[in-house]
Every structure is written in C-alpha cells, then in structure tokens.
Design a protein around this ligand. Sequence first.
Ligand code: ADP
Ligand code: ZN
Length: 626
Amino acid sequence: MSASVPRLAAVTLADAATSPDTAVDPALDTLRRVFGYERFRSGQREIVDTVVAGGDALVLMPTGGGKSLCYQIPSLVRPGTGVVVSPLIALMQDQVDALDALGVRAGFLNSTQDAGSRRAVEQAFTDGELDLLYLAPERLRLDSTVRLLDRGEIALFAIDEAHCVSQWGHDFRPDYLELSHLHERWPDVPRIALTATATQATREEIATRLDLTGARHFVASFDRPNIQYRIVPKDGAKQQLLEFLRTEHAGDAGIVYCLSRASVEETAEFLTAQGIRALPYHAGLPAEVRARNQAAFLREDGLVVVATIAFGMGIDKPDVRFVAHLDLPKSVEGYYQETGRAGRDGLPSTAWLAYGLADVVQQRKMIAGSDGDAAHRRRLGTHLDAMLALCETVECRRAQLLNYFGQAAGPCGNCDTCLAPPESWDGTIAAQKFLSAVYRLDRERNQRFGVGHVVDILRGKATPKVKQWGHDDLTVFGVGEDLSEGEWRTVVRQLLAQGLLTVEGDHGTLLLTDASADVLGRRREVRLRRDPERTRARAAAKARKKAAPDVELSAEDTELFERLRAWRAGVAKEQGVPAYVVFHDATLRAVATARPASLDELGGISGVGESKLAKYGEGVLETVGV
Ligand code: ADP
Ligand code: ZN
C-alpha cells in the first residue's frame, strides 16, 4: 500500500500550482466561480483530479483542511449527482443551506423530513436536477433507496466521517460496514472516503473495510498551525476556565468538554452565573433541547456550549475560537478531533486542557472496571497512556501529536511547552520513596490506601488515620518532607502516567506494577516534569497571540468588521441560516481591511463567489459605506 501513498505538504500553508486557463480547467473554474476561492490548497488539486477522472480516493485531512471541496467540486464537474453518505443528519439542513447560498443544487434524505419534501428531493434527483445528495448510511440498506439511486445518474459516492467504519476508533457505526457493498452494486462510480482521524491503524481499517485498498491514499499534514495547544495542571478547574475565558476569549464562541452530564450542567450554570452565555449539551437532555442548543451555537455569535463528547462531531461552524477540556480525554484521537473543531477558518484559536491527578485515577479505575475482554481493556489502556504521555511531555505538544499520527515535526513555537518550556528533574529518589511506601503497606502489611494517605505518611503527618493504623512507625514515615503536598501529587500523577504505579477499586487504592520493581531496584531512572509557573505560562501564551500576523485589525477596521457582523446576523436571521452560511469571519475581515468600492472589487475577495456576490453584494457595499 505504501507505494500509493503520496505525502502531501502542509495543506494549510502551501498553494498548489494552478493553471491560469480556467476555460480548459473546469475544476479550477468551479472553485473560482462557485466558491470564490482563487486557488486549490495543496492536496485538494490531486484529490479532485483523481475523482473527476473516475478514480477512488481515501483522504485523510485534518478538520478545517478543506475536505468538502474534494467531493463537492468533482460532483459539480462530473455528470450526475454526488451522493454523500454522512452520519450527521442533524447537520444536513445546514450543509444544504450553505450550498444553496453558493448556488449549488443540493438536497438530503433522512428520517427528519416529511413525505412531501422527501418526494420532492427524490424527484429532483431522478430529473437530474441535483448536484449533491446527502444520505444517512442506514438509508442505503433500504431497497427503495437503491432503486431510487438506479433511476438517476450518480457522479460519485463520498463517504464522510469514514472512520465510523473502524472499531479501533471511537465513533464506530455498524451501518458503515454496509458501505463496502457500494462498489459491487455500482462498480463504475468513483468513491471518495474522507476522515480527520489519522492513525495508521484507523487508516488501514478504513481501507480494508471499505474495500479501498486499491484506491489512491492522500495523507495531508495533520498540523493545525493556528491552534495553540495548552495543557495546564488542574487546580480549581472551573475558576481556571473562567479566567481563561475572561482574559483570552471574552465574547468568543467555543466548546467546553466535560466527562459527565452532571459536570456539564454544573459548569454551564456556573458560567452563566458569571455572565458568560453558556448552554449545556449531553445525551441525557431531551432531543429538542439538544437540537435547540446546537442550533443556537451554530446560528448565534459568541456562544459557549458545555458538552460531553456527544457534541460536535461534524460541527461545521468555522469560527469556534477555543475548545476547552475540563476532564482528560480518553485518547489522543479523541482529543485531536475535539480540539480540531477550533479554528476551521484558519484564524488563531486555543485548545486548552486542565488535567490533574484525579483524572488519571478516575480513568484508570474506569478502564479496570469496564466491560469487555482483556484485549479491550488493554486497548483502552494504550489509548490512555498515549494521552497521558502528551500531558506530561516536556517537549513540544504539537510535535508529539503529529508524531503520534506518524508525522515528523520540530518544535512549533505555538504551544505551552514551546512558549514556557517546563524543566525536567531527576525524580528517581522521590519515586523510590513513594513506591517503597506503597510497597511496605501493600506487600508487608497487606494494606492498600489512596494517594492522600500515602502522602501524609511521607510528609510525616501524624493524622488520626496514620496513628490509627500505626503508620507513624513505618521507616518511610516523614522521609518526604522535602516536597510539599502539591508537589507529591504531581509526582504521583506522573508515576501513574508512566505506568510505574497503578490504581484499583472504587477507592482508588494504589498498587505497584512490574515496572515499579525496576525503580525500587535502582535499575531505572525517573525523569519528571516540573510544571511551569502558571503566570509565566499564561503571559507567554498571550504574548504569542498578540504577535500572530494578520490577527489584529486596526481600530477602524475592527469597527467596520463589527458592523459587517451585525449586518450578517440580520441577514442570517431573516433567512433562517447560520451566520457563517452568509459569509465566514475570515471573509468579513478581508472585506473590512480591503474596503471594496465596487461589486467587482468585492468579487475578488476570497470567499465571495458569483452567487453570494449577487445575493449579498449590495448589502455588503452599503455596510462598507460605498
Ligand atoms: P473539513 O471538512 O476538512 O473540516 P472544510 O471543507 O469545512 O474542512 O473547509 C474548511 C474551511 O476552509 C472552509 O471554511 C472552506 O470554505 C475553506 N476552504 C477550503 N478550501 C479552500 C480553498 N481552496 N481556498 C480557500 N478556502 C478554502
Ligand atoms: Zn510546540
């Protein structure tokens, strides 16, 4: 397979060579006329050409990389309708609205629509009047759908969120397995599968299960340079979040992820009480509340959604300025996909995660108590270990992330560890002290305790519990007074992260692992990370944001940008579509700085295609004050 895997340069940076002659280049012509973009991003060109020519493609590109165009343009260029399989039925209406604003004829078939509108879409398809048709995967199991597709002309099949076919990943959908039959049924129709989930294991599974081993594989760079990654030690997480929002993201749209429904509700209430507009979203809420909150997030500017991971798959909102995690994600894949929802528009954004000892204990406990066989638990453990390694690294977070996805990278200069490098220290002796306390309790006395008690013993605190158990007699009693309680918790967190210690049971009691013996036997050194001072890290992060190019609009341009946003909000409301369907922030910013004086000049701005120019051009010029 590797021979057919072209490595693409950073999708977000480089531009592909484009032919200036659009007359003989229908793909480029479509890109310019319909979408209003001047050139393909690197990667897109080859993918589009492959599919236009009737070839199959497997596309791995990060969120915001520009996957949609890779099937939308071939659907427009090839005769017939592009059939897009997507599990995200809640988003289909918005996707169709967005295409409608571009003058593209699109429709969807899913369980949310009434018989009348379904028939209208089916009719449009068989009459050859649709450029794109969105389908939920379960639709393809119906004979009626298959017969319908046979009555029209299919330009291609696009399989969006293709990682849903993989059991290794975290969004597995049984209906996706059926999609392997597409090419048996329609052998001449090209297929393009797309995903933002990038590990080698997932990719191979997608290729095999969708019968795409013979397809061309396009693997883009997974870097998202506009996202600043930060992972901070948890210390009063809600207050930390509040401060992060107030100092860096006041008035911005963003997502806050929590693990439990209860903490979702609590955090949303807390933010609301602090004057930040925040809505909860989790699977326990009634469907209509969820739909309403999601719609508000998509449609309104500057709203925060506090959610479990049930929220956000395929959220197309381009101007999500931050993604915050109040709990530790279960895997790097999940973390990368969730944080990837920030900054699709390429403007600076933040991925912020607060993480602490309790997270590690909780996740290890959850894995130990999870259903499923040993192999399943081992897999969960592997996922968690990778996530913990990311949290505890003293190296560049981005480099570590990209490495995880099999891509080499140097220090990025835009993550917390690059901006305020943490020191590492030789924690071998501290580790030995802690592990030997656990050893004495567990192996010599057959007693198991949680972190707090062991730290008390090491710090020589004769608490009632310590006295009750006679633990002030242990040789390790008081040998760890050199470290504060907080410092010990940091040590334990890292021992757990490195697998030198583990927890068990509902009370989170500590146990040694095989690797502990190497530390106790002085056969292994333990390097630990010293968390950087909070203030220093924050100052560095803020300074970097200010220094980012093209970010700060002048006062006058900001004023115009805000007026354009207000104009956009009015139009969006009137038409019942999300604001970004009218124009993206990036386009409005470009308008605010360029101040076009005519429709012609406006049409030259990125993101302004023929249809939007006709629909909104006058309104924009009026707002600019022409
Ligand atoms: P993905 O589906 O990969 O997350 P999208 O298809 O939503 O990404 O594209 C992300 C953003 O980039 C969108 O705002 C899209 O309009 C924009 N975009 C895509 N291709 C181009 C291009 N060639 N030039 C300019 N902007 C583009
Ligand atoms: Zn970095």
